[in-house]
Design a protein around this ligand. Structure first.
Ligand SMILES: NC(=O)c1ccc[n+]([C@@H]2O[C@H](COP(=O)([O-])OP(=O)(O)OC[C@H]3O[C@@H](n4cnc5c(N)ncnc54)[C@H](O)[C@@H]3O)[C@@H](O)[C@H]2O)c1
Length: 345
């Protein structure tokens, strides 16, 4: 048996991808699932190729001493109560995005984990994608120089063809264009810039198409980020578009630029009239089976072995992204007012 036994809360679309990804690491296996629905234990075990116990009582799963890690893949409005219960039960935590749909709840989750000495992994798995691993290397090798401007935008039409639509249209679970999905783009932008945000300004709107009419909130937003030291960034989150999935990344620095999988660098003396191409696996799909969860979960279990916070997507690191996201949503609600991060304290 591998070292960590993982119990899953919620047995939906993301959970299915998590189970396969956790089982694909060399340190953990899924041994339990909690669902409010009645699931057939034999069927669930057969589907994932190993013995999985099915719980209908969350407290019973949390009380099981053989489980060391709990993975929360439930509705966003359930995340905070469940995550705090997990931390209080002394289990480490994998938490799907959004951490929660209010900033206070996100902070309460981090406080509960720290109080109980447990570690966390937030599913900002794009940070572990091949595309962004290569992009980070291009930055770290100094090929772009010092970044002063970056745009990272998320275009993904989440309409009735998408399973989440049944709950994602509601404010309670969907939250906002950033909370429901664009958070991946904003989180990645913060990783690339590597500097603290001082203030944000955001405006939002929604498509006139009947397809997206059920949404209770604005499904397009664009946020300007003012970083400490004067750098600036932009993040559009568009979940009501009719086009292929597109994660737009444009980074501009003192030695060159990167646009998605293309770059120019004065350091390499490439010809500025044309882009040079990087070969990498692009983030070009909203399908969870294409997401780089295995790399992320492996990094989490490796960090648990050393009793350290995981790199890139620990609870504390991800909380920083949510502080910016909630400041942006506050700005959009107030018609684009410049909101200082210090106001969110
Ligand atoms: N990181 C990512 O890129 C990514 C991608 C997809 C989802 N997510 C997140 O994962 C979480 C779950 O999203 P999801 O796409 O798995 O949603 P889902 O609708 O498949 O599952 C959500 C919840 O509904 C329950 N559920 C599913 N089908 C049900 C049914 N027929 N009857 C009753 N309950 C049912 C699930 O057990 C789960 O608790 C959310 O927080 C979401 O934001 C993240």
């Amino acid at each position: 048996m591998k070292k960590y036994n993982v119990g899953i809360i919620g047995y939906g679309w993301a959970a299915g991808a998590h189970i396969d990804a956790i089982n694909a690491t060399d340190k953990a296996q899924v041994t339990a699932v909690y669902s409010s629905r009645t699931l057939d234990e034999a069927e669930v075990s057969r589907k994932h190729g190993s013995k999985i116990r099915v719980f209908t009582d969350l407290d019973a799963m949390l009380a099981d001493p053989d489980i060391q890690v709990i993975d929360i893949s439930s509705y966003p409005s359930q995340h905070s109560a469940q995550a705090i219960a997990v931390a209080n039960a002394g289990k480490h935590l994998i938490l799907e995005k959004p951490m929660a749909n209010t900033l206070q709840e996100c902070r309460d989750i981090v406080a509960a984990a720290e109080k109980n000495g447990v570690k966390g992994c937030v599913c900002f798995e794009c940070r572990f994608s091949n595309q962004f691993t290569v992009t980070n290397s291009v930055i770290q090798e100094g090929l772009l120089g010092d970044l002063h401007y970056a745009e990272v935008d998320y275009y993904h039409g989440i309409g009735p063809w998408y399973g989440q639509f049944r709950w994602n249209t509601g404010k309670k679970d969907g939250g906002s264009a950033l909370l429901t999905a664009g958070c991946h783009a904003l989180d990645s932008l913060l990783m690339f810039m590597g500097t603290e945000v001082e203030a944000v300004s955001s405006v939002s709107t929604k498509s006139r198409s009947d397809i997206f009419a059920p949404y209770e909130y604005d499904t397009t937003s664009v946020t300007l980020l003012h970083f400490k030291g004067g750098k600036v960034g932009k993040c559009a989150s568009v979940v009501d578009c009719l086009q292929p999935y597109y994660f737009h990344t444009h980074l501009v620095g003192s030695h060159g630029s990167l646009l998605d999988d293309k770059f120019h660098s004065n350091k390499l003396h490439t010809d500025k009239k044309g882009w040079s191409k990087l070969s990498m696996k692009m983030l070009d799909s909203g399908d969870v089976s294409d997401h780089p969860y295995t790399n992320q979960f492996q990094a989490f279990f490796d960090a648990l072995d050393e009793n350290k916070d995981m790199p890139l997507t620990s609870l504390r690191e991800s909380l920083k992204s949510f502080e910016v996201i909630f400041a942006a949503d506050k700005s959009a609600e107030e018609g684009g007012r410049l909101v200082k991060l210090s106001e969110m304290k």
